[in-house]
Design a protein around this ligand. Structure first.
Ligand SMILES: Cc1ncc(COP(=O)(O)O)c(C=O)c1O
Length: 397
């Protein structure tokens, strides 16, 4: 394709309108910019949307995962089961507490944890499992709950990508002890950086509110607005500073107002890719079983022109990477789906991991392709993406 036709189609695009701009100014005008009334409003609206009984806002999903495991008492010597193909933050949450991240391979159709392999990973040290709703597709929560009940394990749902994703018509984040969401700009709604914990347990919610604020018994806003504010809170726990700012909270409130529209747009654009790619048999488009609703945080395909094996992987990986380069040259931004945490040097060296140990995670790392997806992308731009994929692949295969 000639350079005259060059576009600029990013992998993701934030959607901010006048309401967002008007909202973020409000804390600046009031002068209260740390966790305060807007964060509270954001939490309440988030609970309205997800039907989670309690929502607790924090600085990121990584912070949420860390704090969730801390609140559940995860400590050195404990083991936490995590999928091998996820963002590294999922595993880091366990390791930051001195626990061991125990990896489990994924299902290559869903990119989520392979249910059939979980039980063989459980030992007497296993205390929790972190299913990830990767790219917006719910993990198979029914089976995960059965396994966790049988072995008395906590569940922390990594719902970083799970906003707008439903399992049996229930929003994700409502199945485990605690759910953790991300508002990074590549997610459906964003507060810049930001995260949310959800739980149905009032005591856990109280503990999380305390832990995010250094372990203080009272929030700064409550103390500031009561008599006797000159005396500091009591500290019963060793907590963290994971408080969200009220500027982020204000943005979260206005982002949530248009959340359903954003999700509907993402879904219809994803379905349009499904249609455009229906006759492309070397790219496996995202699957979604009937009892789930995909949130389409990302539209991730698997490049699989032939059955995948380790022998063929270097060749197939090279074709995939060459395609991503070619797409970049015509102004189309793509990404690999996410990474296999088991291929990252920190974990590979620490646990002496071989590629074959987590076969599907390795294949997904090397062969996935994320296509641009955001509410503003036009059908014509999506056609351009698919035409270029077809042209490049068909030249190479
Ligand atoms: C599966 C998963 N878990 C955790 C995170 C961390 O989220 P955050 O960037 O909000 O810390 C991400 C980020 O993309 C993610 O994809």
């Amino acid at each position: 394709m000639s350079n005259n036709n060059k576009r600029n189609i990013p992998i993701a695009k934030t959607l901010f309108d006048e309401k967002d701009i008007a909202n973020i100014i409000k804390p600046l005008e009031s002068g209260w910019v740390v966790q305060g009334p807007f964060v509270k409003q954001f939490e309440d609206r988030f609970s309205d949307f997800t039907k989670a009984p309690h929502s607790i806002a924090v600085t990121s999903c990584s912070a949420a995962l860390h704090m969730a495991l801390a609140a559940l008492g995860i400590k050195p010597g404990d083991e936490v089961i995590v999928p091998a193909f996820t963002w590294i933050a999922t595993a880091n949450a366990a390791e930051h507490l001195g626990a061991k991240a125990v990896f489990c391979d994924i299902n290559l159709e869903t990119y989520n944890i392979d249910i059939s392999q979980i039980e063989e990973k459980i030992t007497s040290h296993t205390k929790a499992i972190i299913p990830v709703h990767l790219f917006g597709l719910p993990a198979e929560m029914g089976d995960i709950i059965t396994i966790s009940k049988k072995h008395n394990l906590h569940i922390v749902e990594d719902a970083a990508c799970g906003f707008g994703a439903y399992y049996n018509n229930r929003h994700v984040g409502n199945f485990g002890d605690i759910g953790c969401f991300s508002f990074h700009p590549r997610k459906a709604i964003t507060t810049g950086e930001g995260g949310m914990l959800t739980t149905s347990d009032e005591k856990t919610a109280g503990l999380l509110r305390t832990l995010r604020n250094h372990g203080a018994t009272t929030s700064d806003f409550a103390r500031h607005n009561s008599k006797g504010a000159f005396l500091l809170s009591e500290y019963n726990y060793r907590g963290y500073n994971y408080r969200m700012t009220d500027i982020q909270g204000a943005l979260g409130v206005s982002q949530l107002e248009k959340a359903q529209w954003i999700l509907d747009q993402r879904t219809s654009k994803a379905k349009y890719y499904d249609k455009l790619l229906a006759d492309v048999d070397y790219l496996k488009t995202p699957k979604c079983p009937d009892h789930m609703i995909h949130g389409y945080q990302s539209y991730v395909c698997l490049f699989q022109p032939e059955p995948i094996s380790f022998a063929k992987l270097p060749k197939l990986n090279k074709i995939r990477n060459d395609l991503l380069i070619a797409l970049e040259e015509v102004g189309i931004s793509t990404r690999q789906g996410t990474h296999a945490v088991t291929l990252q040097n920190y974990y590979r060296d620490k646990y002496k991991i071989k590629n074959e140990d987590y076969r599907n995670a390795c294949f997904a790392d090397q062969l996935t392709i994320t296509l641009p997806l955001y509410p503003q992308i036009t059908e014509e731009e999506q056609q351009y993406v698919v035409e270029n994929i077809k042209m490049e692949f068909e030249n190479k295969l």
